[in-house]
Design a protein around this ligand. Sequence first.
Ligand code: FAD
Length: 393
Amino acid sequence: MDFNFVESDEHRMIRETVEDIASDYDDAYWREIDGDNFPHEFWQDCADAGLLGTMVSEEYGGEGMGLEEFVMITEEFSANGCLGVGMLFVVNIVFGTVTLEANGTEEQKEKYLPGLVNGDLNWAMALTEPNAGHNAPEMETFAEEQDDGTFVIDGAKQWISGVDRADQMLLAARTTPEEEASKRTMGITLFLVDPQDAAIERRELDVGIPTPENQYELSIDGYVAQEEDIIGTKGMGLYQLFDTVNPERLTGAAGTIGIGRYALEKAIDYANDREVFDGPIGAYQAIQHPIAEEYTELQAARELVRKAARMHDEEYDPRKVAEVSNMAKLKASEAGHEATDVALQTHGGNGFSREYTVIEMWKGTRLSKTAPGSSEMMKNFIAEHTLDMPRSY
Ligand SMILES: Cc1cc2nc3c(=O)[nH]c(=O)nc-3n(C[C@H](O)[C@H](O)[C@H](O)COP(=O)(O)OP(=O)(O)OC[C@H]3O[C@@H](n4cnc5c(N)ncnc54)[C@H](O)[C@@H]3O)c2cc1C
């Protein structure tokens, strides 16, 4: 199934590299990948080809390219059956390299970026809390500044991916109580913490969908952070996090589009082969039209994702980048999941067999309608900021 109509020579070469790596790993390989079974060989191939450092400056060993190339890489891997890639890239590459490039100090960049580029370091990011989901300013995790300049952090986080394997974790904590902050979005600071420190206790969540990273609830009790562990400016963490969450959303969105493409490709093969009455089921319009519709929806979603990524790379007004990123994420989540649903229907009963992988894709793409950032919150943002309608909450 051809999906690439217009592309530059540079993008074609990147895509061919991705296809070449992906061809070494089949569905059976990816079915075995989960939080306890990391795809080491695949990750090393990505590092060797320079893909993990796509968005990292050349001085730290990266390729010095942009988010547009990175979302393309994520989509193409997913479209070639590498189903865990969206989450693996978000957790390790976006949370790590994008955050450091945007807001890290020179020392932090020198210390961590080369290890992220060559695949030696793994990352995690802890924002979500049990009592503050989408309402992040309500977070209760607090970092109390001490007389000696250190910070003692206490609190709880929930749904944090990959903490067991992470070498470093980005942690958002209040450093000024909400009632004393000039705005409720101020007074939050980003810290780099050691997730394996004894002050951070983790409990694995029992997750009902396939994920390549384990998910955790954390309780943080007296973690001591140094001043040099702060990323960016004290009190400005939530604003700095926007530099990370838009790329996070777009990378996740690209992964979902790719999975949708892979599901449709399987649906087309199956439909052209499967005969129930006279001739293949793919000859029926009831089978063809939903596939044609979702192919078109995925193409449209990709255009939005690439446009938002290009705006990010060209440093457009951050508010505009956020607006288009939210539209892209909304469109990609809906189109990606719907494509897997159409593929499932096309496969009949076989769609529910793990052997065909379609049911795994259906479960996996459903996540993107909820996280990172739900479809409802994308619509809230578009209504309020793009359409100038009253804030509804
Ligand atoms: C597999 C997985 C991995 C994750 N990994 C990470 C991670 O690594 N790090 C991290 O920090 N977080 C992570 N998360 C958390 C994720 O980002 C949140 O679950 C997600 O943002 C939703 O927050 P919540 O679960 O608290 O939902 P809530 O905020 O409680 O929302 C519940 C429902 O209410 C709706 N809702 C809430 N407010 C409004 C409103 N104003 N208007 C309309 N609807 C509304 C939401 O859309 C949603 O449908 C992960 C989650 C999952 C499931």
